[in-house]
Ligand binder design. Structure first.
Ligand code: CS2
Length: 488
């Protein structure tokens, strides 16, 4: 029987072990959202920071709902194999930065205590766009979000990010302990300031005394995070077994590329993340815009079009010449909406993205990226479309991406096979399009949904026509033909 990975496992020479003694370092970060992306990104940077500069910065990884991450990591004393895959080959390292892992439902008292502990100086977050409960129209809380509704009603037993943070910040303030820094690592525009406004709004409703403290004294540095990390599959675990000779239930596969741009505002200190290549910038927004509109925007477009054209993985999309041309067109259109950024060549960034998307070793499912469209479209597709419209630039790429998403909301392939939308607003979408017959009716129903497509686009005849014409082609001729016509 193969032995299970642990802190004392001997590792083959080709596998990199932690370059420091993990147990000699205390915890300084509570991370909420213990998924593959955190393990491939922030934990890897923290690993490099610990090896280069030390400090009590190990991570307490928390999942809000799923017991799986802790069940996988705990028997391995937090260790896991990070498999990095690029054209240049595959390499593996064992990460020691996660000291402890727990699920809120099983370890509430311990998690609450860690959040209130003076040793915890940073609370970082990767709960995905839909995890917070942000009303995008106002930037405040969405009271219909299940976690927000629950936490307002049960402030002493919160289940969501807002309730946990406010409870912990209140306890720290009452005990005279400085607030931790809140570090949002999700793909949201201006994620730091956005989170500050949102949490302040929650506090106004749940703990009014705390609202000013959050608005003015708690640090919310903005970040741009990037590393393409597909969901783990059995193949990942098998690869980890081959590379390490060990059983590892928590292994993660990712690309070799990684990027992290962070606003350097950490009043209670931070790890030396620059040791891992993190860039500290005074203004993260231009990097965030570039990444959201180019990488994530192209990702969403190719996910809807690719999934409906029968491409399972992003690398298959890049092997479809017509669709690859549309990816290039999308990247160019998105880049045209950006203000120039010193030292960054958007054309070179676009070329690098096409190489990353084509990575033959990454099985990144189009269906995975297609998830949660209503949470992703605003910053990825609709915001740049608005800018392109205002600047008199062509809208074709954005109209095609919007039409592909609309086609996806119908929940069935051209041959009638059904699939789940996997969107927090699935019920609303399904209701809107049910009974809508033809492109004009479907687009009309989706354009009319509250709080999704900005009025300036939804009511613009040029954009509407551009979307409807494309959706009509997708519905009549099928996605492959629509792609071919678009790329011609
Ligand atoms: C993807 C992102 O699933 C998605 O929506 O666009 O997860 C993407 O892979 C990352 O942002 C890359 O850094």
């Amino acid at each position: 029987m193969t032995a299970r990975l642990s802190a004392t496992s001997p590792l083959p020479e080709a596998v990199t072990a932690p370059g420091y003694a993990p147990q000699a370092h205390g915890m300084g970060i509570v991370h909420i959202g213990l998924g593959a992306f955190h393990k491939a990104h922030q934990a890897a940077y923290t690993e490099d920071a610990l090896a280069a500069a030390g400090g009590d910065w190990r991570i307490f990884g928390v999942s809000l709902r799923s017991p799986d991450p802790a069940a996988e990591l705990t028997p391995q004393e937090g260790r896991y194999t990070l498999i990095e895959r690029g054209a240049e080959g595959t390499s593996a390292r064992v990460i020691g930065a996660i000291a402890r892992a727990a699920c809120l439902a099983d370890a509430r008292a311990e998690i609450t205590a860690a959040l209130a502990d003076p040793a915890t100086r940073i609370v970082s977050l990767t709960v995905t766009e839909k995890g917070y409960g942000i009303d995008r129209a106002t930037g405040g809380i969405d009271r219909s979000h299940p976690a927000i509704a629950h936490d307002l009603a049960h402030p002493d037993a919160p289940q969501g990010v807002a309730g946990l943070l406010v409870q912990a910040l209140a306890a720290r303030r009452a005990a005279g302990i400085p607030a931790f820094t809140v570090l949002c690592c999700d793909n949201l525009p201006e994620n730091g300031p956005m989170l500050r406004g949102w949490l302040t709004d929650f506090a106004r409703a749940a703990a009014p005394d705390l609202a000013d403290h959050i608005a003015t004294e708690v640090a919310f540095p903005a970040t741009m995070v990037d590393r393409i990390t597909p969901a783990r599959t059995d193949a990942t675990l098998e690869l980890a077994r081959q590379l390490t000779g060990l059983e590892d239930a928590a292994a993660v596969e990712t690309e070799t590329f990684r990027q992290w741009v962070i606003e350097d505002h950490f009043p209670t200190g931070r790890p030396a993340w620059e040791a891992g290549g993190a860039i500290f910038a005074a203004d993260v927004r231009p990097f965030e815009d570039m990444k959201l509109r180019m990488l994530n925007g192209a990702h969403s477009m190719l996910a809807y079009a690719g999934f409906l054209a029968g491409h399972e993985f992003v690398r298959d999309v890049m092997g479809d010449a017509a669709l690859a041309r549309l990816v290039a067109r999308h990247l160019e259109a998105a880049a045209a909406t950006l203000a120039p950024l010193d030292g960054v060549d958007f054309a070179a960034y676009a070329t690098a993205l096409t190489t990353r998307f084509a990575n033959p070793h990454l099985a990144h499912a189009t269906y995975q990226i297609a998830m949660d469209g209503t949470e992703k479209l605003p910053q990825r597709i609709l915001a740049p479309a608005l800018l392109a419209q205002a600047q008199g630039q062509p809208l074709d790429a954005f109209a095609f991406a919007t039409a592909a998403w609309m086609r996806y909301t119908l929940g069935r392939h051209d041959d009638g096979t059904a699939y789940a939308l996997r969107d927090p607003r699935e019920a609303m979408l399904t209701k809107a399009v049910s009974g809508a017959d033809g492109a004009e009716a479907v687009a009309g129903a989706l354009f009319a949904l509250p709080g999704l497509v900005p009025a300036a686009l939804a009511q613009d005849a040029t954009f509407r026509t551009a979307v409807i014409t494309r959706l009509d082609r997708m519905l009549r001729d099928g996605m492959p033909a629509a792609i071919a016509a678009e790329a011609a």
